[in-house]
Design a protein around this ligand. Sequence first.
Ligand code: HXC
Length: 258
Amino acid sequence: VTYEHILLEHRDTVGLITLNRPEALNALCDTLTKELTDALERLEVDERIGAIVITGSPKAFGAGADIKEMQPKSFADVYLEDFITSTWEAPAKSRKPVIAAVAGFALGGGAELAMMCDFIIAADTAKFGQPEITIGILPGAGGTQRLTRSVGKAKAMDLVLTGRMIDAEEAERIGLVARVVPAEELLTEALAAAEKIAAFSRPAVLMAKEAVNSAFETPLAEGLRFERRLFHAAFATDGQAEGMSAFLDKRRPEFNNR
Ligand code: HXC
């Protein structure tokens, strides 16, 4: 498939989605959002794909929802179309690991998109912010929720109420991003991480992701119970037999994704 505002590539076991609307710094217009959802749905059902990377350009991962498109909308418009989350939760819904590789601006909906991914690898040029307050609105795709859960109240309030941008170093310090790398190594590093994940036993990978995510949805005792059920279930997979045998035989495991 070819899209207007994104590029979709299969790099062996990794699906690479590049947001490609340079004239608007990857502002997330309606078309881009729908294309992103479509691409993620394709990768989700593609058995060859074990992990996904979403990236933007060196200048911008994404400058937010498209302000030109939003400007004329009324309450009834956004309410009735459930703007914008109805078309938007695709990265958060994906069962396969999704890594955001962020360089340049990740603002508003762009930052929220990055936070919907499982983790963020940032270039040293990355800048994160929730500037919605500066245009008379507030974050609407998880910026008050996922951000608060990942960095805590003090930093979330600071960012959401002042709209200020933080650089990659501060983003890593407060726990918003997993790693910071030199800009020229961003894609290599993100693809390497994704390839590594894709090479592990797929049921184990999906279970691990599901278990970590349950930490955000459940009380500790429930989460621990859920983890233990999945942990026990992992012993029903070929991956457990192969992974442990390979370790004891001092050879590399060959997982069949069963
Ligand atoms: C539409 C945008 C845009 C946006 C940039 N552009 N951001 N168009 N929506 N969010 C366009 C500009 O209009 C301009 O087009 C071109 O991209 C280049 O941008 P410049 O501003 O000239 O670049 P620069 O001076 O380098 O400044 C970069 C910037 C700034 C700091 C990122 O563009 C900016 O502040 N953008 C808006 C950021 C923002 O407020 N995002 C939150 C949106 S609200 P022309 O045609 O003039 O060349 C939101 C809500 C989400 O995301 C709710 C649920 C999803």
